[in-house]
Write a protein that binds this ligand. Structure first.
Ligand code: ADP
Ligand code: TPW
Ligand code: MG
Length: 573
């Protein structure tokens, strides 16, 4: 009897690495883990679930990682992905890099093998020096060796992920850390609740003066909103600044909807005109990278003498591609608060500028309208997307996930977004395969309906996760734009019996994949079929896959970025 009591007291008073990791995450309001189980983290996932965390188990770590990355973007808290050692860890690395490149907070926690064996290269189970490999691919990388350091290790990972320019963090947890036992009270005392994890960063008053000066001197100003502005979640302030300034704006892909795309100042449909003609460009949470042709070239009206005002939290972003006349280094909320306070007596841009833009927008929209109403069978991109455009207009809280080439480019320009952070896509790198992880996290984090508009190639990278969508019964409707190939389904190979490199099995029955796991699978051959199936899916919330058959001839090589393809000049005999 006495022995049993002593044992009970002993277990009660002890904690271990598993529990400390879970307690440290929960203490910091991190309540979801995106995961693939296995040695040494199987019990960590189980215990996290038992302790009330939401643990979403995936079929491949890439997809779990992509889910964590987008969860970070949507919530401003690090999305957590939990993987097994070496191969699982490596599978998680693309998403960790993707999060870092896109400036989204994420923590990849990976189990690893025993340090003593790894460092002597004695051939442990899944041996790999993971910390060294992760370091160049993320914002920060840490390893925890002692249970008493778990609290501080997780605190460092959180702070590194969300402060300043957000990014991906790697946290290495060797197998024997998880089993390490320590006194429960000491363990609890070792946990850290991070205070003010993403501190405000105020621009200097001088920098604000300079920016106001430059903006006041402009006669054809333009604002470019980027996904950093969407991430910042100060939507009302962005709107107030844009509207008070009266400056026309365009939105980068994932910033669409920050102000509704139908806004009178939205110059999206006059993009070429405003990039070329503007004399002052204000970047808000957008980088002058390849997606904006580095601010260079004919598209920008070079040679130009445009002035640039740039708001970014990372000082190193200034002058990255063009000299910045008015750098505003700080967080968007602080910068716009300071600027908005200085708008007294502000003169809105001349009607000559805004009028020319509105005219161009109206004529381009009118040109597009009949194409969107075509009912051609087999469907083309415009006919199919014309219907999805109406569906999104009627369902503004629905989240659009989008990947592919033509499928991505057409959907971006055709489907209007009217609320912030409702468009989630391939991001800065243009990564194929983010679709299902993104759709799952969007549903898990927001509870909103999700429609994933996917090229058939893009879908293939993460398609097995339709099982995950069914298993967790998520309100996700996957629409596959099935043109039987990458860009087009028409390439042929003249030299052997092998298929051409860019084509797939024609008109593959992707709908059956969803049916295989108990979801709704439908083939749509006409715009009417497509519209009906997607509306039903949103209304029912049931996992659905709509296999939309698209004309294999409809697309173009690389969608809208065919110009980036290198060309061979060598002619083989
Ligand atoms: P897009 O692809 O939409 O143009 P980018 O990912 O290129 O957007 O740029 C986003 C920028 O926003 C990054 O340079 C990042 O440092 C910045 N950023 C992210 N969060 C904030 C914030 N809260 N305040 C200021 N800048 C931010
Ligand atoms: C991780 C290269 C860019 S777009 C694309 C590939 C393979 C697929 C385009 O075909 P899809 O779309 O999706 O059917 P559509 O409508 O034009 O037919 N590997 C990774 N990322 C990228 N970007 C590629 C390959 C690529
Ligand atoms: Mg395709």
């Amino acid at each position: 009897m006495a022995g049993e009591t002593a044992e009970a007291i002993e277990t009660q008073e002890l904690t271990d690495g598993f529990h400390l990791v879970i307690d440290a995450l929960k203490l910091n309001d991190i309540n979801t883990i995106y995961h693939v189980p296995g040695i040494p983290v199987t019990d960590l996932g189980r215990m996290a679930q038992a302790e009330g965390m939401r643990v979403i188990s995936f079929r491949h770590e890439s997809n779990a990682g992509n889910a964590a990355a987008i969860a970070g973007y949507l919530t401003q808290k690090p999305g957590v992905c939990l993987t097994v050692s070496a191969p699982g860890f490596l599978n998680g690395l693309v998403s960790l890099s993707h999060a870092t490149v896109n400036c989204w907070p994420m923590i990849l926690i990976s189990g690893s093998s025993e340090r003593e064996i790894v460092d002597l290269q004695q051939g442990d189970y899944e041996e790999m020096d993971q910390l060294a490999i992760a370091k160049p691919l993320c914002k920060a990388a840490y390893r925890i060796l002692h249970a008493r350091d778990i609290g501080i290790g997780i605190a460092r990972a959180i702070r590194a992920a969300v402060s300043g320019r957000p990014g991906g963090v790697y946290l290495d947890v060797p197998a024997n850390l998880l089993g390490q036992v320590m006194d429960a009270a000491e363990g609890a005392a070792s946990l850290v609740k991070v205070v003010d994890p993403a501190p405000a960063q105020f621009p200097s008053p001088k920098a604000i003066d300079r920016a106001v000066e430059v903006l006041k001197g402009a006669s054809k100003p333009l604002i470019i909103l980027g996904k950093g502005a969407a991430y910042a979640q100060c939507d009302d302030l962005v709107r107030q600044f844009v509207e008070t300034s009266g400056i026309p704006y365009i939105a980068m892909s994932m910033a669409k909807g920050l102000l509704p795309d139908g806004h009178p100042q939205y110059a999206g449909a006059a993009r070429s005109l405003v990039l070329k003609e503007s004399d002052c460009v204000m970047l808000i949470g957008a980088r002058l990278n390849w997606l904006l042709s580095h601010g260079k070239g004919k598209q920008w009206g070079e040679p130009h003498s445009k002035k640039f005002v740039h708001i970014d939290i990372d000082p190193k972003e200034m002058d990255s591609n063009q000299p910045i006349d008015a750098p505003l280094v700080g967080d968007i909320e602080s910068c716009l608060t300071a600027l908005t306070a200085r708008m007294d007596g502000w003169k809105k841009p001349d009607a000559e500028w805004t009028g020319a833009i509105s005219e161009k927008v109206a004529s381009n929209v009118a040109k597009m309208a009949p194409r969107l109403q075509n009912n051609a069978v087999p469907m083309n991109f415009q006919g199919a997307l014309g219907r999805l455009k109406k569906i999104f207009a009627d369902n503004p809280d629905t989240i659009l996930v989008n990947e592919g080439a033509n499928t991505l480019d057409f959907a971006r320009s055709i489907i209007d977004m009217s609320k912030p952070r409702k468009r989630l896509d391939v991001g800065t790198w243009g990564v194929m395969g983010v679709g299902m992880g993104t759709a799952i996290a969007a549903a898990v984090e927001t509870g909103n309906p999700v429609v994933a508009v996917e090229g058939d190639s893009a879908f293939g990278f993460s398609g097995m996760e339709v099982e995950t969508i069914c298993r967790y019964n998520l309100p996700v409707c996957v629409v596959i734009f099935n043109n039987s190939g990458i860009y087009r389904g028409t390439d042929t190979n003249a030299t052997s019996a092998d298929p051409a490199t860019t084509v797939f099995v024609p008109e593959a029955k992707y709908d059956m994949m969803m049916q295989a796991f108990g979801g709704v699978g439908i083939t749509a051959t006409s715009p009417d079929d497509l519209e009906r199936a997607v509306r039903d899916a949103i209304a029912s919330g049931k996992p659905t896959l709509v296999n939309a058959i698209i004309d294999p001839e409809a697309g173009t090589e690389s969608g809208r970025i065919g110009n980036l393809n290198p060309q061979s000049v060598v002619k083989k005999k």
